[in-house]
Design a protein around this ligand. Structure first.
Ligand SMILES: Nc1ncnc2c1ncn2[C@@H]1O[C@H](COP(=O)(O)OP(=O)(O)OP(=O)(O)O)[C@@H](O)[C@H]1O
Ligand SMILES: [Mg+2]
Length: 416
């Protein structure tokens, strides 16, 4: 069963417009219906042509577009065969004597940028276009030189000043484009429980974007859902035996002139417990007053971890701190490959706070103070870029490295 909005995506190729933009809430049925309509349009109107299927990365395009297309019973029922060659990132769709190929590109993959420069396309689908670099999108569009080529975009909302909104959504007439706005109710397959679950995953600005489908900027505090009464625990409230049963990681934000922060983190499988912190702020003349070397920091790390081997644990470290990472590795510490994506990390940490799945010990005064002063950069938002103000962000950065790198995605509501 399809919703009326989804039917509009199927009918759209016959409206005579050049571009279709679907934006709005998560899980609202944009990508799946757009992929189906795109392939049907391509197969109905072209033969032996090439098309682009683009995601944020090749891997996300495969997960969001290719795999769902391959799983659709519609295609075999109506005599289409879909064959995906993973090594070459090419989907070949055949029906009778007709055949077209669909190259998969990742907007953020360096190699895709070079590859797409060399092709001529009869149409392109850009899934999650707001997450791609503008230069990639423009390159992809410039490749669509075949007569009758169409451009298909979908995304979740971002900041109002985002280049894609300004260049496309606000210029529909000039670009000969149609716009369809989606809400979760436009996806007939979601039960009320599933919708309620997704609503519970997001708070603050993310709720406005991903649930209400609005292009909106974060204003003021980033973790406005952080409430010391709810999220901070006293020493006496530490779960019994936590250190023996939970998995431990030490997260680190590195700085020499800026503060150096370690967070001692325990995950019991449901809740993340930030149990202690260590800070060295060379500018704090009273308590510190001088800069430390990487060797000294590595020694501090080891003392913070303790010398009982049963509590040795991996480290998650600011990926730019290359020399400190080497110093830790030389001492036998296992350093994980840290995922430093800022928007993803902030959204995930927000989701965990929203669900009370992060608790912070009262001992972590520095982290608690920074969480209460961690704010969006309003000047950057006016330039279409969403990012935090870069000061007093050291504890929150360490927490973000941890959540991005160590937790399975289902913990903050994303699919594996
Ligand atoms: N009409 C439908 N019938 C059955 N399942 C559907 C229908 N529409 C969407 N779905 C399923 O619902 C899920 C979410 O849809 P989809 O991925 O298209 O949403 P989306 O709007 O692209 O979400 P996001 O913004 O999170 O990327 C998918 O598993 C999809 O297969
Ligand atoms: Mg999608």
């Amino acid at each position: 069963m399809l919703s009326p909005k989804q039917i509009k995506i199927l009918e759209w190729p016959y409206t005579g417009k050049r571009a279709l933009i679907c934006d709005g809430a998560v899980r609202s049925g944009k990508t799946s219906m757009m992929s189906l309509s795109f392939v049907l349009w391509a197969m109905g109107n072209f033969n032996r042509r090439a098309f682009g299927l683009c995601g944020k990365t090749v891997a996300s395009a495969e997960r969001n577009v290719i795999q769902p297309l391959q799983a659709m019973t519609y295609f075999p029922q109506y005599g289409f065969s879909l064959e995906y060659t993973r090594s070459a990132h090419v989907l070949t769709v055949t029906r009778g004597s007709r055949s077209n190929i669909f190259y998969v590109f990742g907007g953020r993959d360096e190699s895709s940028y070079t590859l797409i420069q060399g092709v001529t396309l009869a149409g392109v689908l850009l899934d999650e276009v707001a997450l791609m670099p503008r230069s990639f999108v423009e390159q992809a569009l410039a490749r669509c030189s075949v007569e009758g080529a169409k451009l298909w975009f979908n995304c979740n909302p971002d900041v109002p000043e985002h280049w894609f909104r300004k260049e496309w959504l606000l210029k529909l007439r000039e670009k000969n484009a149609s716009h369809l706005h989606f809400m979760m109710d436009d996806n007939p397959s979601l039960s009320e429980e599933t919708k309620a679950m997704y609503r519970s995953l997001y708070s603050g600005v993310f709720k406005k974007r991903y649930i209400d489908g609005e292009w909106t900027a974060g204003d003021g505090l980033i973790y406005d859902m952080f409430d010391p009464d709810v999220h901070v625990y006293r020493n006496s409230e530490t779960p019994l035996g936590l250190k023996y049963t939970a998995s431990r990681t030490i997260a680190c934000d590195y700085g020499t002139a800026n503060p150096f922060v370690l967070l001692d983190i325990y995950d019991d499988g449901e809740t993340v417990w930030v149990d202690n912190e260590y800070r060295w702020d060379s500018r704090d003349l009273e308590r510190c007053g001088r800069q430390k070397t990487d060797q000294e920091y590595a020694g501090d790390f080891q003392r913070f971890m303790g010398d009982d081997p049963q509590f040795f644990c991996p480290a998650v470290v600011d990926p730019s701190a290359a020399s400190f990472i080497v110093a830790l590795q030389r001492r036998g510490v296992y350093v994980m490959d840290t995922d430093n994506d800022v928007p993803d990390g902030i959204r995930r940490v927000s989701s965990l706070f929203g669900r009370r799945a992060i608790r912070i010990s009262e001992r972590c005064e520095g982290l608690i103070g920074e969480l209460r002063s961690y704010v969006w950069d309003s000047k950057a938002a006016l330039m279409g870029v969403e990012k935090p103000v870069k000061s007093l962000d050291h504890g929150p950065d360490a927490l973000r490295y941890y959540v991005n790198t160590c937790l399975p995605k289902w913990r903050y509501g994303e699919e594996e």
